[in-house]
Ligand binder design. Structure first.
Ligand code: NAP
Length: 242
């Protein structure tokens, strides 16, 4: 699968597919012929996204599952049946940590809430959906990271500890998994993306960048040909240092 015409008939699973960047990716991939599974946590949000995209005749289904909950993710796999063997997996589900969450001001509950969704959630997703990619020798996995999780640049400023550290963890998971998959040798590519500050519920309406701008690199990575340029952190289709 090297071009968008070949997306026809492939399956994409998008966690956080009910809103924001994930929902935009769902619409774009479905418009190009993918069958898309949109996973969210809020039943109303998932139902709304499904209704909106199905009313445009797009081949999407919405599923409710908490990515932080391994039992719920196991249940999702069973419910999806054959669809649990995707060609594309976009891990976009995420939450921002509460205000004033410097490390020493973060409660246990807040730490575990954010790490559970943002980092455990990516592990719970790849551990369930990537093995079939390895078996079929094709897969594109894109993890939504954030500039705030980088060891270079804004990641050094402190504050928002659970969020920043969860995304640093996502970066590490991405690189580690790509290495385990021999950096594309099996045609399973695993990459992380910094979308920038985007106009979504999380980013706020005054954010400088549109959802389309934030999703561009994600969609580009989702349709790349086989390469050994993987296990990397990308921003606007360029590699940026972790
Ligand atoms: N927006 C930005 O400026 C920005 C910047 C850097 C990185 N990012 C990253 O990009 C990703 C997408 O952000 P966004 O701005 O699109 O966020 P968003 O608009 O707030 O949407 C968040 C999505 O995650 C889902 N979600 C939250 N908790 C979940 C859980 N426990 N289980 C399953 N799904 C869950 C939500 O589902 P419901 O609809 O059901 O609630 C929703 O679909 C996130 O990982 C975020 O950290 C965003």
């Amino acid at each position: 699968m090297t071009s968008t015409t070949q997306l026809q008939g492939s399956v994409a699973i998008i966690t956080g597919g009910s809103r924001g960047l994930g929902r935009y990716c769902a619409e774009q991939l479905a418009s190009q012929g993918c069958k898309v599974v949109m996973v969210g946590i809020n039943p109303q949000s998932v139902a709304d996204a499904q209704l909106q995209l199905q009313s445009k005749n797009l081949d999407v289904i919405g599923k409710v599952a908490d990515v932080a909950d391994p039992v719920a993710m196991d249940r999702l796999v069973v419910e999806l049946g054959e669809l649990a063997n995707p060609q594309i997996l976009i891990n976009s589900a995420g939450v921002m940590s509460a205000k004033m969450t410097k490390t020493l001001r973060t409660s246990n509950d807040e730490w575990h809430r954010v790490l559970g969704i943002n980092l455990d959630g990516v592990f719970n997703s790849v551990s369930r959906f990537a093995p079939s990619m390895v078996e079929q020798r094709y897969g594109r996995i894109i993890n939504l990271s954030a500039c705030l999780g980088r060891f270079t640049g804004p990641g050094l400023l402190g504050g928002l500890a659970p969020y920043r550290i969860s995304k640093t963890g996502v970066n590490a998971l991405t690189k580690n998994l790509a290495a385990e998959l021999q950096f594309g040798a099996r045609n399973v590519l695993v990459d992380a993306v910094c979308p920038g500050h985007i106009q979504t519920d999380m980013g706020g309406e005054t954010a400088p960048r549109t959802v389309a701008q934030g999703a561009d690199t994600v969609l580009w990575l989702a349709t790349r040909a086989q390469t050994d340029q993987t296990g990397l952190l990308w921003e606007d289709r360029e590699v940026v240092p972790y």
